[in-house]
Design a protein around this ligand. Structure first.
Ligand code: 5AD
Ligand code: FES
Length: 350
C-alpha cells in the first residue's frame, strides 16, 4: 500500500472525515491492502457499538406501480413488460403478521410511487399495524411525497423512512433520472423527513452508469454531513427493459470498500448488506457484513408477487417463502460468526 493511502486511512479513522479530494484519492488509488485495512478498522468500529449482532428488517414490497421513470429501474413507468401488482392492506397486514411470528420487529413497507396509496389509505394501514404490533418499528420506503404527507404518515405512527438520494452529484443525478425529477427535491424530502422526526435512511448505487470516483466522493461527504440513521448502498445491476440494459453492473469489491469507509465516517450508522449485493455474488451479503455492514433485510412479500418487484435482472429471493429467507440469512450470518437479533434494531448513538 502506498504511504498516501495509509495516511488517508489513518486520518479517516482518527478524524472520521476527509476532504473531498481525500475521499476521491482513497477510492481511485485503492488496492487489496487498503481494502483489507479499511475492513479491519470498520469491523472493529462496528464491534464496539453493535458487537457481533446483525439487525434484521422484514421487507414487504407493497406495489410495483410507479409514476416515476428512473432510467435504471425495472419498475419505471415506461416499462411495458413489467406486470404490475399491488397488495391490498389486508395482504400487507397478513405479511406483517407472518413476519411477527418469525421474530421480525421492524417492517419496511417499500413500493414504487403508486398514487393508489393515498395518505388516507396509508395512515389507516399504519394505525392498524401499530395497534396489532405496538412493539414494532414501521419503516416506509415509498419515494417522494409532499411534506404534508410525510407529516400525516409520521403522526399515524411511521417511525422511519428510507429514501435513497441515489447520488449526491446534481449532474449525475440528472443523468440517471427524467427531467421532471430533481436533485433539489430529493434532498428537500430528506430534510423534511428529518425535521418531522423520522429516523432517516439515504443511500446510493455503486457503479451507476457514468459514475466516477469524484461523484462517489460527494456521496461520502454528504453522508459525513447529513449523518443519516441508515445508509443503503448496493451495486447498480442492469435491467433488460431499461435504457441502461447494456451497462456493466457495479462490483462487490467497490461496494464493500465503500461500506467500510461509511462505517468509519459515522460508526453508529445502520448499513444494510443489500439484496443487490447478494444478487451479483452468492456470498455478497456475507462480504458486506465482513466489510462493516450490520443489517439484512429478508423478503416478506407474498411469493406470488416477488418476481414482479424486479428492480434489476436476476434479483435473488424471489422463490423462497419468508421463513426460508429468514432461516437462510440466519445460517449465512452464523457461518461468518455473526448473530441475527430480533429487536427493533434502533441506531445506537449514545
Ligand atoms: N440496480 C441496483 N439498484 C437499483 N435500485 C433501483 N434500480 C436499481 C438497479 N437497476 C435501487 C435504487 C432505489 C432502491 C429501491 O433500489 O437505489 O432507491
Ligand atoms: Fe432469501 Fe436466502 S435470504 S433465500
Amino acid at each position: 500500500m502506498t504511504p498516501e493511502l495509509f495516511a488517508l486511512i489513518e486520518t479517516l479513522t482518527a478524524a472520521r472525515s476527509l476532504p473531498l479530494n481525500g475521499y476521491q484519492r482513497l477510492i481511485e488509488a485503492r488496492c487489496p491492502e487498503s481494502a483489507a485495512l479499511l475492513a479491519k478498522q470498520a469491523v472493529q468500529a462496528r464491534k464496539e457499538i453493535y458487537g457481533n449482532t446483525v439487525y434484521v428488517r422484514g421487507l414487504i414490497e407493497i406495489s410495483n406501480f410507479c409514476r416515476n421513470d428512473c432510467l435504471y429501474c425495472g419498475i419505471r413507468r415506461s416499462n411495458r413488460h413489467c406486470q404490475r401488482y399491488r397488495l391490498t392492506p389486508e395482504q400487507i397486514l397478513a405479511c406483517a403478521d407472518e413476519g411477527y411470528l418469525l421474530g421480525f420487529r421492524t417492517f419496511v413497507l417499500q413500493g414504487g410511487e403508486d398514487i393508489f396509496f393515498t395518505d388516507k389509505i396509508l395512515c389507516e394501514l399504519i394505525c392498524t399495524l401499530k395497534q396489532k404490533h405496538p412493539d414494532c418499528a414501521i419503516t416506509l420506503s415509498l419515494g417522494e411525497r409532499s411534506r404534508e404527507s410525510y407529516q400525516l404518515l409520521r403522526e399515524a405512527g411511521a417511525d422511519r423512512y428510507l429514501l435513497r438520494h441515489e447520488t449526491a452529484d446534481r449532474t449525475h443525478y440528472q443523468s440517471l433520472h427524467p427531467p421532471e425529477m430533481s436533485y433539489e427535491h430529493r434532498m428537500q424530502c430528506l430534510q423534511d423527513l428529518r425535521e418531522l422526526g423520522y429516523q432517516v435512511g439515504c443511500g446510493f448505487m455503486v457503479g451507476s452508469p457514468g459514475q466516477t470516483s469524484a461523484e462517489l466522493a460527494r456521496d461520502l461527504k454528504f453522508m459525513e454531513e447529513f449523518k443519516p440513521d441508515m445508509c443503503g448502498i448496493g451495486p447498480f445491476v442492469p435491467h433488460r427493459d431499461t435504457p441502461f440494459r447494456k451497462e456493466p453492473a457495479g462490483t462487490v469489491e467497490l461496494t464493500c470498500y465503500l461500506l467500510s469507509i461509511l462505517r468509519l465516517i459515522y460508526p453508529p450508522v445502520l448499513l444494510p448488506s443489500t439484496t443487490a449485493l447478494g444478487t451479483i455474488d452468492p456470498q455478497g451479503r456475507e462480504k458486506g457484513i465482513q466489510a462493516g455492514a450490520n443489517v439484512v433485510m429478508p423478503n416478506l412479500s407474498p411469493v406470488s408477487v416477488r418476481k414482479q418487484y424486479e428492480l434489476y435482472d436476476n434479483k435473488i429471493c424471489t422463490g423462497e417463502e419468508s421463513a426460508q429467507c429468514r432461516d437462510c440469512l440466519d445460517a449465512r450470518m452464523r457461518s461468518i460468526g455473526y448473530e441475527i437479533v430480533t429487536s427493533r434494531g434502533d441506531i445506537k448513538t449514545f
